[in-house]
Design a protein around this ligand. Sequence first.
Ligand SMILES: NC(=O)c1ccc[n+]([C@@H]2O[C@H](COP(=O)([O-])OP(=O)(O)OC[C@H]3O[C@@H](n4cnc5c(N)ncnc54)[C@H](O)[C@@H]3O)[C@@H](O)[C@H]2O)c1
Length: 416
Amino acid sequence: MTTVGVIGLGYVGLPLAVAFAQEGCDVIAVDVDSRKIEALAAGESYIEDVSSEQLAQVAERMHATTRYARLAKADAVLICVPTPLTRNREPDLGPLIDATRALAEVLQADQLVVLESTTYPGTTRERVAPLLEESGLAAGRDFHLAFSPERVDPGRTDFTLRNTPKVLGGLTDACAERAHELYSLVCDELVRVSSPEAAELTKLLENIFRSVNIALVNELAMLTDRMGIDIWEVVDAAATKPYGFMRFEPGPGMGGHCLPVDPFYLSWRAREFDMATEFIELAGKVNQQMPYHCVMKVERALNDIGLAVKGARIAILGVSYKPGVGDVRESPALKIITLLRALGAELRYHDPHVPALPDYDLQSAPLAEVLRDADLALIVTAHPGVDHELAGESARVVLDLRGVTRGAARGNTVRL
Ligand SMILES: NC(=O)c1ccc[n+]([C@@H]2O[C@H](COP(=O)([O-])OP(=O)(O)OC[C@H]3O[C@@H](n4cnc5c(N)ncnc54)[C@H](O)[C@@H]3O)[C@@H](O)[C@H]2O)c1
């Protein structure tokens, strides 16, 4: 039986750990956050994609701990720690370096180590391998090392770890072979590339592709606003082309741990090669502008009914960064809240996935309550199951940043 270690039990690591346990593996699940370990010991999931029932089913095989020493028993160890940016928007490999150093202390000959965290090309070979080699074991000879990016899309049920092809690149062929064997337990299709660097860049290409295309449609949304053309109508029409076009939705900006962060790992690395990655920078700039554009639209919508933002009662619907999840990391809603507060708006919000925003001193309230007496309802994230029609019936004016009110012809609704 295979024993799999997973380091970092967040959105990526926990579902992965559960998937291996479901396939009958013994899983040693390590995190530095003792609250997560306590929750898992109590059988409570803190990630939407993993239910507490699923945890209960694998409880016997999942050993959650803060102690790295237990990883010495694993055949393979998967590293899924965060890779954020510093305040200066440079890669912050702090968590990865900490995790790798701690793993090096317990590393065993013949183990397989796979990095799953998104990062710039060269990280596995230049940063992870040397730290692991402080154990006295040589990468590619005494232990196996590979990179395999996670493609999980939180909240998504049609594409899962099982049916989403998984890319992997090993330091040597033997490393790739070992990683291939391991992932075959949980994933139907594996895509082997020739090196960890190719696998690292594959993940970044996927995310940059999204970021650039979202920026493109967002820039057009700002233009069509001035031109008096409905961007949603244009996107719907363009999407009827059966080839050569891929639909991207305009919106209030990019959020989540990935898209606003990962592309800058590559632009940072590119500077070492005397290259400025202009698409990445431009996309970041356009997407960062979106919350400001949305606040300007709030000002105009209120102006049209004779109100200023100062003192206006604004009901925000949806504060997480995307529908169906409770993740507020980098959510454009947070920027919008800050900007509207600075203008003196009276804010309340409804989000079934986010009970409270402690940093903003706000709590989610029932939909009918937040809409009562609202001057403006602002749809920032359209969660499934939320009755957006009610916004049009209750608030004086609705500003829809996600296009969900298309088709409902109400005089008091404006869209991005
Ligand atoms: N969230 C996504 O949708 C997604 C998708 C694909 C790739 N990724 C990438 O996967 C990586 C992890 O992302 P996430 O969303 O799961 O992050 P997360 O913040 O949800 O989880 C990371 C976990 O690692 C733990 N951790 C931090 N330092 C540690 C250490 N030294 N030792 C042990 N545990 C440690 C944290 O406590 C946390 O529980 C990132 O590189 C991210 O870019 C994320």
